[in-house]
Design a protein around this ligand. Structure first.
Ligand SMILES: [Zn+2]
Length: 131
């Protein structure tokens, strides 16, 4: 458990470090790449989580996380949390709340437009909006 916590702190540091939220290696400053390795079987989860490795393209630095994507729209948000409206596999409406590191303007735009986008969630934190 202590090990996992430490990883999450490293993740938070990495994503908070840069203006544009690009992922930079804490060891050498190289570019980090997120690789989803294989799905974790979990019947209770509406989304398929993947064992994920975040590795440096330049040195041996790497950390493991759990990640998945959600297709949905922003319902509400504040500085630390965002509520995403999406659908369960059976088609019913679902609201999920996550921590996030997204910027205010992006979230404001998404909430106002109601646009459907894919959210990348790693270790229960929304780290990126895809498309
Ligand atoms: Zn590196």
């Amino acid at each position: 458990m202590g090990y996992k916590k430490k990883n999450m702190e490293i993740l938070a540091d990495i994503w908070n470090q840069t203006e544009d939220k690009s992922m930079i290696c804490p060891e050498c400053g190289g570019k980090l790449i997120l690789v989803q390795v294989e799905p974790i079987q979990d019947a209770e989860n509406a989304y398929i989580p993947y064992d994920t490795v975040i590795e440096c393209s330049n040195c041996n630095f790497n950390i493991k996380a759990e990640s998945f994507t959600i297709l949905g729209s922003v319902k509400t948000f504040d500085v630390g949390h965002v509520e995403i409206g999406s659908w369960s596999p059976s088609g019913s409406r679902v609201l999920s709340k996550y921590e996030h590191i997204l910027d205010y303007e992006t979230l404001k735009h998404l909430r106002e437009s109601g646009e459907l986008v894919e959210f990348l969630v790693a270790d229960n934190q929304v780290i990126e909006v895809i498309g």
